[in-house]
Design a protein around this ligand. Structure first.
Ligand code: M6R
Length: 610
C-alpha cells in the first residue's frame, strides 16, 4: 500500500513467496474505484506472461468485459496470493483473490476456515452466490454482508464469526485501505518509506524494507496511504515494536546456482559456522543463553515434522549419549492429538526451520498449556514458534528457500549437539573435550564432503531411472537413511524408504533384486561390522549397493562399486557429514529428470495448515 504502482511489486512479491505454495496465483489491484483482477492456474510466471502478452487485467466492473493493459494499471493498493490447495482443486476459479457477489470486496487468505460449510449455508440462504469450492470465499461474502461503508468494521464482524486459522488481507474498491488479520497463520507488516507491505513471510518484504512488525494471533492491521495502525480484533489500537530483519536482500537470490536447493547445499559450511558462532568459549564451555530452569528436568520430548523430525531423532541419540537424559521424539501432528502426558518436569523441544509449521505450533501450545517448559530450535527469526517458546536457539542458517530442507538440517543437528553438551555441563556429566575440536573443524569437513559432488553426479546418472531406492543406516545414521529417502522422494518422485539396516531382514529385504539401489550409510562406528554383514545380505540378493563410508576397506570395495568416501569425524557429527552426499544425490537425480527441484509437486515450504 503506497503511492507506487502495486502491480509489479505484487508480482515480484509473489515470485518470492512462491516456494510457500505454487498451484495457482492471483492479483487484485484497486485503481480509480475499480478492482482489476488476474488469476491463473500454475506458476506466477504464467500469470505474468498474460500481462506481457498484453492479455491485460480484467476489470471487475462490467463482468470482465473491460480489460486494462499493463501500462494502465497504476493503483497503489493491491493484494496477491500464490496458493497451496486445501479446499477445492487448483484451478483459476479456486485461485485467490475471492470476491463478494458485487465484486467490490476481494480477499486473499492462508489457513483453513473450519466452519465454512455452516457459514456458506447461511450465506447462500441469504442469497449470496458462491463461485469457487474454497473455504476462503465465505470471508468475502461475510464482509459483504456486514459492509455499510466501513471495510474495517465489516472485516471485524466477519472475522468474529469465522473459526479456524487465517492470515488474510481484504480490500474494497470503495476505500483506499488494506485490512489484514491473523489467527494461526503468519502475517508480517513491512514498514517502508511512504509505503507499507504485508506478507506471510519476510522474504517478500525484504527487497522493500527491513523494518517489520510481526502480528500476533487475533491482531489486525489497517494499511492506509499515509500510515498504518495495528489493532486487536475489537478495533482497539495495540502498541507494537518495529523490528529489524537481519537477512541481506542477496540471500534470497540464487546467486548463480541453478536452484536454491543447490545453493543451500553449498552454503552448509557457512551456515553451520553461523550456528556455532559465539556458542563455544575459549575454555570449551557451551554458551547458550536459555532462560529455562533445567534443575528438575526429568525428560525431554522433541516434536517436529519432516526433516526437522529426522534431526529430532538424531537429537535423541545426542542428548541421551552426552547428557544422560531421557528423550522422546514425536511427530508434532501425533503429539497433539493423543492427549500427551507432559508436565512441569518435562521440556518440550520444538524444531522447525520456518517456525510456522502448524502442527508444531499446536504441539507447543498443548505442552505449554499442560505446564511443560518449552524450547525451540528455529531458523526464521520472529516466526510464530520463535515468539511463543520460553526460550530458543536460532540456527542463523540464513533463508532456506528450496522446498527440500538441506542447510537447516545440518544446522539443526549442530544446534542439538550444542544443546546436548550444554545439558551435560549443567548436569555435571563428563564431556570428552575432543568433541570441541571436532565441532570447530566441522565447517571444513563439510567443505571437504562437498568436493565429492562430481562423483555423485555420475552416480545420479547411473541410478536416475530406478523406480525404488532403499536407504539403510544404524544408530545415529538411521535417521540419516530416513532423511536421504525423504530428499529423494520429495524432489525426484522416486519411491524411497529409509530403514534401520538390521530391521531390513524383517520385511523390506523381500523388495531387493538387481533393480534395487540400496544406499548404505556405512561410516566407522560401533555398528560398522554389523553394517558390513547387512551389506553382504543385500549383495547376496543382487541389490546394487551405494556406500557412504569413511573407511574404504577391501570389504566395502568388494561389496560396492559405488562408493562415496566422506571425511572421518566424531560419531556425533557423522549424521551431518553423511547426509550431504545424500542431498547431492537426490538433487542431481531430480535435476537430470528435469524436475522443478525447488518447487516439487504437491508440496509447500511451510505447512501452515494442520
Ligand atoms: O519448517 P519446518 O522445519 O517446521 O518444516 C517441517 C517440514 O515440513 C519440512 O522439513 C519438510 O519435510 C521438507 N520439505 C523436507 O525437505
Amino acid at each position: 500500500m503506497g503511492k507506487k504502482n502495486a502491480f509489479p511489486i505484487l508480482i515480484e512479491g509473489l515470485k518470492k513467496m512462491e516456494y510457500r505454495g505454487y498451484d495457482s496465483a492471483g492479483i487484485c489491484v484497486g485503481h480509480n474505484n475499480d478492482l482489476m483482477l488476474a488469476k491463473k492456474k500454475g506458476r506466477v510466471v504464467e500469470l505474468e506472461k498474460d500481462f506481457l502478452n498484453e492479455y491485460g487485467v480484467c476489470s471487475l466492473d462490467g463482468s470482465c468485459e473491460k480489460r486494462y493493459e499493463l501500462k494502465e494499471i497504476k493503483g497503489g493498493m493491491g493484494i496477491a496470493h500464490t496458493r497451496w490447495a486445501t479446499h477445492g482443486e487448483p484451478n483459476e476459479t479456486n485461485a485467490h483473490p475471492h470476491f463478494d457477489c458485487k465484486k467490490e470486496i476481494a480477499v486473499v487468505h492462508n489457513g483453513i476456515i473450519e466452519n465454512y460449510n455452516a457459514l456458506k449455508e447461511i450465506l447462500e440462504k441469504e442469497g449470496h452466490i458462491f463461485v469457487s469450492k474454497t473455504d476462503t470465499e465465505v470471508i468475502s461474502h461475510l464482509v459483504e454482508k456486514f459492509y455499510q461503508g466501513n471495510i474495517e468494521e465489516a472485516a471485524i464482524k466477519a472475522i468474529k464469526l469465522i473459526e479456524g486459522t487465517f492470515g488474510l488481507a481484504i480490500i474494497c474498491k470503495k476505500e483506499n485501505k488494506i485490512i489484514v488479520a491473523r489467527r494461526g497463520s503468519p502475517v508480517v507488516l513491512g514498514v517502508g518509506e511512504n509505503e507499507n507491505i504485508v506478507a506471510s513471510d519476510v522474504v517478500a518484504i525484504l527487497p522493500h524494507t527491513k523494518r517489520v512488525i510481526y502480528l500476533n494471533d487475533n491482531e489486525m492491521a489497517v494499511l492506509m496511504q499515509d500510515g498504518y495502525a495495528v489493532k486487536n480484533l475489537d478495533g482497539q489500537n495495540v502498541e507494537k515494536n518495529i523490528e529489524e530483519i537481519k537477512w541481506a536482500a542477496e540471500e534470497i537470490e540464487k546467486g548463480g546456482y541453478k536452484h536454491f536447493m543447490l545453493k543451500e547445499i553449498f552454503e552448509q559450511p557457512k551456515a553451520v559456522e553461523n550456528t556455532l558462532r559465539g556458542r563455544i568459549d575459549e575454555d570449551n564451555n557451551v554458551k547458550l543463553s536459555l532462560d529455562i530452569d533445567f534443575s528438575n528436568l526429568k525428560r525431554i520430548i522433541i516434536a517436529a515434522c519432516g526433516t526437522s523430525w529426522h534431526s529430532a531423532l538424531i537429537g535423541k541419540y545426542l542428548i541421551e549419549k552426552s547428557a544422560n537424559l531421557p528423550v522422546e521424539v514425536d511427530y508434532a501432528s501425533e503429539f497433539r492429538y493423543r492427549n500427551p502426558i507432559v508436565g512441569p518436569d518435562d521440556l518440550l523441544l520444538v524444531i522447525s526451520q520456518s517456525g510456522e509449521t502448524a502442527d508444531v505450533l499446536a504441539a507447543l501450545r498443548e505442552a505449554k498449556q499442560k505446564g511443560a517448559k518449552t524450547l525451540g530450535i528455529i531458523n526464521v527469526v520472529g516466526s510464530t514458534i520463535a515468539r511463543e517458546v520460553d526460550s530458543g536457539i536460532y540456527l542463523h542458517a540464513g533463508p532456506e528457500i528450496g522446498v527440500a530442507s538441506t542447510k537447516a538440517f545440518s544446522c539443526q543437528v549442530t544446534a542439538l549437539l550444542l544443546l546436548a553438551l550444554f545439558l551435560a555441563q549443567k548436569r555435571g556429566v563428563k564431556i570428552d573435550k575432543e568433541i570441541f575440536v571436532e565441532l570447530k573443524n566441522l565447517p571444513k569437513k563439510i567443505e571437504e564432503t562437498l568436493k565429492n559432488s562430481d562423483k555423485i553426479i555420475l552416480l545420479a546418472d547411473k541410478f536416475k531411472d530406478a523406480k525404488n531406492f532403499l536407504y539403510l543406516g544404524r544408530g545415529m545414521n538411521f535417521p540419516v537413511a530416513l532423511e536421504g529417502a525423504l530428499k529423494l522422494k520429495e524432489i525426484s518422485y522416486i519411491h524411497a524408504e529409509g530403514y534401520p539396516a538390521a530391521e531390513m531382514k524383517h520385511g523390506p529385504i523381500a523388495l531387493v533384486d538387481s533393480n534395487m539401489p540400496v544406499v548404505f550409510v556405512a561410516t566407522k562406528d560401533n555398528t560398522y561390522s554389523k553394517i558390513l554383514s547387512n551389506m553382504e545380505e543385500i549383495r547376496a540378493r543382487g541389490g546394487q549397493i551405494i556406500a557412504i563410508t569413511n573407511e574404504v576397506s577391501q570389504d566395502i570395495q568388494r561389496l560396492s562399486q559405488n562408493i562415496i568416501a566422506v571425511p572421518r569425524c566424531a560419531e556425533e557429527l557423522s549424521p551431518i557429514i553423511n547426509t550431504i552426499p545424500l542431498q547431492i544425490l537426490a538433487y542431481h537425480i531430480a535435476d537430470k529428470k528435469n524436475l522443478d527441484v525447488d518447487k516439487p509437486k504437491n508440496l509447500a515450504k511451510s505447512v501452515t495448515v494442520e
